[in-house]
Design a protein. Sequence first.
Length: 257
Amino acid sequence: MSRILKVYEGRFRALLGQLNARRGEQGTRWLVTRANQLSERISPTRSLAQVHERLQQQVEAFASRLGRSQQAGRSALSTVQGSPDGFASPRPFLCDAGLGGLARWLRAAGYDTVWVPDIDDAELVRQAQRRRAIILTTDSLLMERGVLRDGVVLAFWLPPTVTMEEQLAMVFRQFHLVLRDSRCTKCAGELRRVDKESVRERIPPRTARWLDEYFLCVRCQQLFWRGTHWRRISAQLQKLAQRNGPLGGRALESPTG
């Protein structure tokens, strides 16, 4: 718990700095105390996440009043560079070994997301450097590595005790994501529309009778279409995206899920 607390203390200090708080350390201690009070009803990690969420909302409201809404909600651990607005086109995401489900959902939302099962920490950092990717991790110890702590490699820590849906909501909020056209949920490749007849032998007969629009992944050649399963996924993604701005792409379905 001490490592998790250390991560949140750093986030609290960064957000209080955006509020121009004169007594950042005192404010940080007060926020930790507030989280401890909440932990009588919910888990300590969830209480810290809840206090952080509330403070982040205050920062966004403050920044909006100052006409700096594009700067809202950014922390020292998650600053994104290299795009005009800092949020709409983030770098690729690189999920640690325990975040395979989150990776698939981010791909469905249209974001280039890499996930390698059983990847170790050293290789995770090397790949992030090579790909210029943002690490998403539940490992608080990893966040203490110098290249992450100093911002050489960008990283965002997610509480391991919350649900995958809550983790996804945190990523959407932290990076102000909007829905894009879906990527392949297996490899994150781009999807391109193909003629139905060219892939007919790969389409389940019942699906072929009522649907005419199909897509192939340019990387792994997985076949996708807009079906009932992905409509449910799309509806959940839209609920998240509505908190952060205009909506965009549409989700697709695959015969293998």
